[in-house]
Design a protein around this ligand. Sequence first.
Ligand SMILES: C[S@@+](CC[C@H](N)C(=O)[O-])C[C@H]1O[C@@H](n2cnc3c(N)ncnc32)[C@H](O)[C@@H]1O
Length: 232
Amino acid sequence: MSTKNIVHAEAVAQYTESRLVPDTPAFAHAYTNSTAHGIPEIALSPAQGKFTSILASISGAKNVLELGTLGGYSALWFAQAIKGRGGKVTSIEINKQRRDVAIENLEYAGVKVPEEVEILLGAGLDVLPRLAEEIDQGKRERFDFTFIDADWDNQAAYFDWGVKLSNGKGSVIYVDNVVRQLLEIGTVGSAEKDSTVQDLVEIVAKDDRVEATVMQTCGSKDMDGFLLARTK
Ligand SMILES: C[S@@+](CC[C@H](N)C(=O)[O-])C[C@H]1O[C@@H](n2cnc3c(N)ncnc32)[C@H](O)[C@@H]1O
């Protein structure tokens, strides 16, 4: 396999994003205001933000669950994808300052918080059982699309919750950064194998509730990739 074109990945990202995902004040502000508050620059790239938004839109999603809000950049893309469908984005963030900045960024973009995007403060594994209870009590709708982008150690548990809280057959679970993690824990590649971290791909491969694939990506954020699953 030739990798000679990988050196152009950054230039391709710049060229394509400048034409297909030009900055709008709302999205530009979400980046700059987050940085001004000292929030790390680890949000989705514009291209991936738009990609996940289009994916949520064409999957017909009404209710989106997100693990890892940061400054609300990806939540803003999801809000755009489901606008007018009568649902909302529910995003979970462990860090209060990030939650507050995300609310600021969403409101600047004209998104209604919490009606269109609700941000729940807390650790994912504490908040998710509460969402399950609320669903059981008929106080909350099930999720058509789950986007997992928080701490890597809990990816497998988040995936399981994503399936449990999903809206039946055809719901989507998207787990970001799966390829980087595979390489970092030495499942593939030259890094020393770290068997303390669960291999999500192995777990999902044995999960009869879903069908899934991994797509490798290469762009402004180096080589990475995501796992995309659909409930059966
Ligand atoms: C990669 S960032 C999310 C980026 C965001 N989805 C975007 O693209 O705009 C990961 C976020 O997950 C949060 N996080 C880390 N551990 C968490 C946990 N256990 N529960 C909830 N959020 C967590 C971090 O504070 C951080 O803001």
